[in-house]
Design a binder for this molecule. Structure first.
Ligand code: GLN
Length: 304
């Protein structure tokens, strides 16, 4: 399979087509991003890697970082974690509050905002320096120390975190948030503000394509069973209320973020990251979805 050729062709094809969607306006620091940015990077388990376009430019990974936070907490806490967050698709927007009441403050899954807030609350409980430990974990996974929080993006989001604050307070009323909501939101906004390139992302997610183990170092970050389960949640919940559509069109587990990034995984084979800031109405990158749909169509490979 000549992945490189296929990626080049699909990239130039998508580039020529109209770019639709909008950048999110509720986080002022990412609202001003250049909307024409477009990058793709592919890395396989033999560490062959190549990219197209803006693949070496850093962007705000936003909700993609929820996968790192979940991996970190799941490895430490084990199956007890699922007492506080469920593994069902929500069928609702990532920042929706409506199910929390009926579900007694237990978020549907760890990839909607409510779920990630609970993960951050657990992080505050189990770690002395959660920000540093999390960054360290992500740098370890990426084998790259040049990964940082963007403090401006974090503060910009903290100043506009009214919905996240509402969720956090509401879950606290059910006893599913143990720390002060402000501390949970501060950690959550830092988590979302992490910046990475497509190249760094496609390399760092290889552990999920390889049963929890980084192929470069053979370091086991997660057990096979936990990696399998995270992939399952990515497939069913990685794109919020568009998870069914992504699975239908692309056929790979993956995760999006409102910074315009998408990471997708073909277990036992590769990891691919795409970045294009304009989002469709569900909050997923318009070109990212189009690119991956065409990519798996042309390769004829998916998990199905
Ligand atoms: N920081 C964003 C928020 O909390 C993350 C959402 C996303 O990427 N889908 O709204």
């Amino acid at each position: 399979m000549n992945y490189q050729q296929i990626i080049r062709n699909v990239y130039s094809d998508i580039l020529q087509k109209e770019n639709k969607g909008k950048v999110p306006d509720y986080i002022p620091e990412i609202a001003c991003i250049d909307e024409s940015k477009f990058g793709v990077n592919f890395t396989d388990l033999d560490l062959n890697t190549f990219g197209c376009g803006d693949f070496e430019e850093k962007f705000s990974i936003q909700s993609i970082s929820k996968v790192f936070a979940l991996s970190f907490v799941y490895e430490k806490l084990g199956e007890k974690l699922w007492e506080r967050v469920d593994v069902e698709p929500s069928g609702n927007a990532f920042n929706s509050l409506i199910q929390l009441e009926a579900d007694h403050g237990i978020p549907r899954n760890p990839f909607i905002n409510a779920g990630a807030l609970v993960i951050c609350d657990i992080l505050l409980e189990i770690s002395e320096n959660p920000k540093e430990e999390l960054l360290h974990f992500i740098r370890d996974l990426s084998e790259d120390h040049q990964i940082f929080f963007n403090e401006k993006v974090a503060s910009s989001e903290m100043e506009n975190s009214f919905r996240n604050a509402a969720m956090c307070n509401f879950m606290k009323s059910f006893g599913n948030i143990k720390n002060q909501p402000d501390a949970v939101i501060e950690l959550y906004c830092h988590l979302c503000s992490i910046e990475m390139t497509c190249k760094q992302l496609s390399n760092s997610f290889l552990y999920l394509a390889n049963g929890g183990k980084k192929p470069s170092s053979n370091k086991q970050f997660l057990s096979y069973s936990k990696a399998k389960r995270i992939n399952a949640i990515l497939l069913t919940c990685g794109f919020y209320d568009e998870s069914g559509e992504f699975s239908f069109l692309v056929g790979l587990p993956g995760k999006s973020g409102v910074g315009g990034g998408i990471v997708a995984i073909l277990p036992q084979k590769y990891c691919i990251a795409v970045w294009s800031p304009r989002l469709n109405e569900k909050g997923n990158s318009y070109r990212g979805m189009k690119f991956l749909e065409e990519f798996t169509t042309q390769t004829g490979e998916s998990i199905f």
